[in-house]
Design a protein. Structure first.
Length: 169
């Protein structure tokens, strides 16, 4: 049976969803700062704010049909997880620790990207299937976050490491 396009989401649901999304962002940034340092605050905060605006202008008002939004979302998640494999195999977390003098260990990298991330991605997919407004925020955040963060990777070779700056390796 084909579902009809939903009416605009009620204002009270939109406000509650915005509070939940804002709280999620704040907790993620505080945890990132507490356990790693400033880089995740900048990356999560910047991409999170961009996702918040995009979500407010689109999905929050009129959630998309699951058959429209789930395929690109799941393909993005698959590509992101493949990229996480590459970052794990190339020692991304220790390299970031050296570059920015932050405490980002391989176990914490795996905890975030191999364990917590996939839980969020799975729950987001279910939320998109059921047209939960907050799931639309997480979708926008996942679409924007890795894209923004990936462009930042290109400046890393030009930066001088904070830890052992005279060691080229």
């Amino acid at each position: 049976m084909k579902q009809e396009y939903p009416e605009e989401v009620r204002l009270s649901v939109r406000i509650a969803s915005m509070v939940i999304a804002g709280t999620f962002l704040l907790v993620a940034m505080l945890a990132g700062y507490r356990f790693i340092g400033w880089p995740p605050v900048i990356i999560v905060g910047g991409s999170g704010m961009a996702a918040f605006v995009l979500w407010n202008l689109t999905y929050l008002r009129r959630p998309l049909m699951p058959e429209v939004v789930l395929p690109p979302f799941l393909l993005t998640v698959a590509a992101l997880e493949a990229h996480m494999i590459e970052e794990h195999l190339t020692g991304f977390a220790p390299a970031m620790s050296r570059l920015f003098n932050i405490s980002w260990s391989e176990p914490s990298f795996l905890m975030i990207f191999a364990f917590i991330g996939p839980v969020l991605y799975s729950l987001t997919a279910l939320g998109l299937f059921w047209r939960v407004p907050f799931a639309g925020f997480l979708m926008c955040f996942i679409f924007i976050g890795p894209g923004v963060a990936e462009f930042v990777h290109f400046i890393f070779p030009a930066l001088r490491p904070d830890v052992q700056p005279m060691v080229a390796a």
